[in-house]
Design a protein around this ligand. Structure first.
Ligand SMILES: [Fe+2]
Length: 292
């Protein structure tokens, strides 16, 4: 975490660099061309190896800037609903969409990454009894995600922010927070980190924000792998849970629709592919598991 003397200093330069980087990555992913970026790096590595020179280290897709980790804070609640839209037509507040991509350190998008968002309502209050303004989703095959919500309200001691946990399949959880530019409290919030600023623009009566996560794992650039598929870029094999019979539900396992598990002696069927996450025990997440 960095706490510059004046967090607004140098933001323009930082934003420019981040935007250009993000734009490049997004354009590549949208065009299905992300492998080209990495392909170039791979080719360079091979050429270097052929020339008997040291292979380059991790491709420089992040400028050395993996997404920073931040504290979870006191308001995280496991078991959020599976949804990308946290609002209804009657929800008060300024409409906001947050979109972007989840990338690995190797520049490849990460498919099936868990993104679990939580935030305050427009008055700065968290719903600690229910799940208002809480929801999780999984990145698409090209790493893309979109969250539909409102601009979170302010509460004492903090600048405006959105909390999120991001987890590539079978990888450690990144807990962090996203921030808004041009917020006066950015200058006084000691948790605030300019590296976690979203790019935000006004659109009609709402705002559109973007932020790309770069996780310290290898992206695979392909949809959720099946156990039989060959996936050379995969950092590690998924725990096997598809042997035909049921297995005990396990944190970190990569479940697919149709998988059967037991939990506390009860049998459940997976109704949506996902990576199991502590707190998402089958009884807690009816969107993911159906009792059989
Ligand atoms: Fe918060």
């Amino acid at each position: 975490m960095s706490t510059p003397r004046n967090p607004l200093d140098g933001l323009g330069e930082l934003a420019d660099r981040k935007i250009s980087r993000k734009s490049l990555l997004k354009a590549a992913a949208l065009a299905g061309a992300a492998p080209v970026l990495v392909g170039t790096g791979v080719a360079l590595a091979r050429e270097a190896a052929a020339a008997d020179t040291p292979a380059p280290l991790t491709p420089e897709c992040t400028d050395g800037h993996l997404t920073e980790e931040q504290i979870e804070g006191p308001y995280f609640k496991p078991g959020s609903p599976l949804r990308t839209n946290l609002v209804t037509s009657g929800t008060p507040g300024t409409p906001l969409t947050v979109s972007g991509f989840v990338f690995g350190r190797n520049c490849l998008p990460i498919a099936g990454a868990l993104l679990d968002f939580w935030q305050a309502d427009t008055n700065g209050n968290y719903d600690n009894s229910g799940y208002t303004f809480r929801g999780h989703q999984f990145s698409a095959a090209n790493g893309a995600y979109t969250l539909t919500t409102i601009v979170p309200g302010l509460y004492p001691g903090r600048t405006r922010h959105i909390h999120v946990k991001v987890q590539a399949p079978n990888q450690p959880i990144l807990t962090t927070q996203l921030y808004f530019p041009n917020e006066p409290r950015n200058a006084t919030d000691t948790i605030y980190d300019p590296d976690l600023l979203m790019t935000v623009r006004q659109v009609g009566n709402g705002r559109e924000a973007s932020f790309d996560f770069v996780l310290n794992v290898n992206g695979t650039g392909s949809p959720s792998p099946s156990p039989s598929s060959s996936n050379p870029g995969s950092p590690s094999p998924s725990p096997s849970n598809t042997g035909g019979g049921s297995t005990t539900w396990t944190v970190g396992a990569n479940y697919r629709a149709g998988d059967v598990v037991t939990y506390n002696g009860v049998t459940y069927v997976c109704i949506q592919g996902h990576v199991a996450y502590a707190g998402w025990e089958p009884p807690n997440v009816p969107a993911l598991w159906q009792r059989r």
